[in-house]
Write a protein that binds this ligand. Structure first.
Ligand code: GLV
Length: 332
């Protein structure tokens, strides 16, 4: 009997991909690039499963051309590239990679926040440019992070990991979230719930950790930036589109806020050109979860989900991080 086919849309850790080979005929791409919807549909035409990245959109149009597909594993915790309703409707299970990346992403949020506040990128570019001719006692003055109020918009597990780190900096944490956390979690994170207007007005360093939904698009735009302190920084490690990048560029140019750091961009890998010309912003190419250990853990979790969906491995029949478990119940 021929093995089911799995499409792996980008190259990653061969030893982890190899775990699929006993049970699947693996079609793994050897270059990492965005795939057009027609290319995805062509690759899924005879696939039973897929492991996809955040740039691969799986929607009703693609699914209509993938009659055999039973499971899609997303290499990321955010899954706004997957139309979960359409997948569920088509009887296709889907998984993401929650939890394994929380601490790594929280580390990176602090790295970006600190870099924006203390002007690390700007100073490094100046040094590399050969401009360091002598000490500048009053040069490169940035903002402190220790002791300053950290604001977190979106307080899921990554937000909580960011908050827990603040105690070492003796920084109070305020947060806003769709729903308030249990008192015990608030205590453990040392975080105080506030409404969004208070968050914007009081935060010295605001970090965005919201999931992307159409309702969250441009949650931070011109009005919200104007509501922040002129000395504040803004860090987005969530999703492009949560910030109105053009409004942010104007705010940074006009001194509405002091600095920003973005790991994600609306329409990435394109970056709003107005941001590229600014010095008071740190830009990185969507790498918040990119530590060696965590990317391996994410890959392993995606593979475990696919194996489990087809009855293999330690979680046989129960993909550990399935997003639409009803699909499996319906299939049994
Ligand atoms: C990265 O952005 C992820 O969602 O894992």
């Amino acid at each position: 009997m021929s093995k089911p086919k799995v499409w792996v849309s980008r190259p990653f850790f061969p030893d982890i991909v190899d775990r699929l080979r006993d049970h699947f005929d693996v079609r793994a791409e050897d270059e990492e690039r965005p795939y057009a919807p027609e290319e995805i549909a062509e690759r899924l035409a005879d696939a039973d499963a897929a492991i996809v990245g955040l740039a691969d959109r799986i929607d009703a149009t693609v699914l209509a051309q993938a009659p055999r597909l039973r499971f899609v594993a997303n290499l990321g915790v955010g899954y706004n590239n997957l139309d979960i309703d359409a997948l569920t409707e088509a009887g296709v299970g889907a998984s993401n990679t929650p939890d394994v990346l929380n601490e790594t992403v929280a580390d990176y949020a602090w790295a970006l926040m600190l870099a924006a506040a203390r002007r690390v990128g700007e100073a490094e570019r100046w040094l590399r440019d050969g401009q360091w001719k002598g000490a500048r006692f009053e040069g490169w003055l940035g903002a402190d992070v220790h002791g300053k109020t950290i604001g977190i918009l979106g307080m899921g597990r990554i937000g909580q990991a960011i908050a827990r780190r603040a105690s070492g900096f003796r920084s109070p944490v305020i947060y806003h979230n769709r729903s308030r956390l249990d008192a015990a979690i608030e205590r453990e994170c040392g975080a105080t719930y506030v409404d969004k207007a208070t968050l914007l007005a009081r935060a010295d360093h605001l970090v965005l950790v919201l999931p992307y939904t159409p309702a969250n698009r441009h949650s931070i735009g011109e009005a919200e930036l104007k509501a922040m302190k002129p000395t504040a920084t803004l860090t987005n490690i969530a999703r492009g589109g949560i910030v109105d990048d053009a409004a942010l560029a104007r705010a940074l140019a006009e001194g509405t806020i002091a600095a920003a750091a973005l790991d994600v961009f609306e329409g990435e890998p394109q970056v709003c050109p107005a941001l590229l010309g600014l010095s008071n912003i740190v830009l990185s190419p969507h790498i918040a979860s990119a530590s060696r250990d965590t990317r391996r853990d994410m890959a392993a979790l995606a593979v475990d989900n696919v194996l489990a969906a087809f009855g293999h491995g330690p979680h046989a029949g129960r993909p550990p991080t399935i997003l639409n478990p009803g699909v499996l119940a319906d299939a049994s």
